[in-house]
Design a protein around this ligand. Structure first.
Ligand code: THU
Length: 131
């Protein structure tokens, strides 16, 4: 599974976004160590704080299926489904990633009009909370 393929899966996942309040569609594709891929989209709620992000949807689906060990996640998003700019994961999603993924090897893939950009989790959240 190369980076472009993972981004394309995230673009497909964004089509399932349930986002009637923000109209901001987000899709995520999580590559597990065993080669399986879990997709997620954002799922909003009229009680706004009950909304869940695309990244956490994908991660929680994978964890609840018993998956452990993750290599990378592709994230795309934009208003009205326009995916022109990089859509960085929010702090809550980065914190969830930091619970389950290695900071120096886990890769976050983002895309914009110029192409695909690659960051480590440690670059995105250098001072993750750890107990
Ligand atoms: N959203 C995500 O799905 N992932 C993020 O990392 C940040 C934000 C969603 C939540 C909400 O449905 C919409 O984007 C606008 O905030």
């Amino acid at each position: 599974m190369n980076n472009k393929e993972l981004i394309e899966l995230a673009v497909g996942a964004a089509k399932n976004s349930y986002s009637p309040y923000s109209h901001f569609r987000v899709g995520a594709a999580l590559l597990c160590d065993d080669g399986s891929v879990y997709l997620g989209c954002n799922i909003e709620n009229s009680a706004y704080s009950a909304t869940v992000c695309a990244e956490r949807t994908a991660i929680f689906k994978a964890i609840s299926d018993g998956k452990r060990g993750f290599q990378k996640i592709a994230v795309v998003g934009g208003e009205d489904g326009l995916l022109e700019k990089q859509c960085a994961p929010c702090g809550v999603c980065l914190q969830v990633m930091s619970e389950h993924c290695d900071a120096s090897s886990f890769v976050v893939l983002l895309a914009d009009n110029e192409g695909i950009h690659e960051y480590t989790l440690g670059e995105m959240l250098p001072y993750a909370f750890k107990k």
